[in-house]
Design a protein around this ligand. Structure first.
Ligand code: THU
Length: 134
């Protein structure tokens, strides 16, 4: 299986675990890290709506907890006629751990429909190395 099919399968599996009783809009995300590992996450809503988290957020947390440092590809999947792209906050979260060339794969339940670069989705990302003290 190639890596994008692997990401699709992972995202589909985790999409089925989404906790979205309020929006009824389940989302799955899967990451291929630059060191060749994979991670996934789903949206987890909350009765206090702003406390909910996006699928991408869950997948990024899993990646950091798993010891990987960089996102090479991230696939986002939902059962939607309009392909979904990561929300603005998630684009910023992705860009923290990615280069502008990072691939964002957009999928519905039937497969990957579009591949964009992070730089296409967030062309003028907030970045300021002066704020990084590592
Ligand atoms: N959502 C995601 O998990 N990722 C996205 O890229 C877009 C939106 C979630 C948040 C919320 O639980 C539901 O989808 C409806 O907005």
């Amino acid at each position: 299986m190639n890596t994008s099919s692997q990401l699709f399968e992972l995202a589909y599996k985790v999409y089925q675990q989404a906790y979205a009783p309020y929006s009824k809009f389940a989302v799955g995300a899967a990451i291929l890290s630059s060191d060749g590992r994979t991670y996934s996450g789903c949206n987890v809503e909350n009765i206090s709506y702003p406390c909910g988290s996006c699928a991408e957020q869950g997948a990024i947390s899993a990646m950091i907890a798993g010891g990987s440092k960089e996102i090479a590809q991230i696939l986002v999947l939902a059962d939607s006629q309009d392909l979904i792209t990561p929300c603005g906050a998630c684009l910023q979260r992705i860009q923290e751990f990615a280069t502008p060339e990072c691939e964002v794969l957009l999928a519905d339940l039937s497969g990957i429909k579009q591949v964009l670069k992070l730089q296409d989705l967030l062309p003028h990302a907030f970045q300021n190395q002066e704020l990084c003290h590592e």
